[in-house]
Design a protein. Sequence first.
Length: 149
Amino acid sequence: MQDWMSTALPWFRAIHIIAVISWMAGLLYLPRLFVYHCKAAPGSEMSETFKLMEDRLSKVIMFPAMLATLVLGLSILAIPGYLATAGGWLWLKLVGVAGLLIMHRQMVVWRNAFARDANVHPQRFFRIANEIPTLLMIGIVILVVTRPF
């Protein structure tokens, strides 16, 4: 069993990283679409195009990538002895991941508001919201690479 796991772990990590990159691409791009969508008049052709782009990004790229990230991450955590040898950095990383999940959920709420032509936020709001996944990602990467504690 251990031999199989030692062979599989690098593949789990590689695919996990690919999924994280895909998920982050969506978390960084969707708020930018919201910024531009704010400029479009509700019901206009441009607004309808943004709705389609936002929906596809969310459902076809972000959701599957988030799901793969979580499944593979939890699979890695489930490897016997992994949690015992991980330091406190891992728990802080998981707090960062929880922050990304909260942002993902909030972006779905915002996307749904745009889909109903019911957005109440200005461009500036989405410009600021766009920075939150970036900051969380920076923190997570630093924790994973440096493992400071």
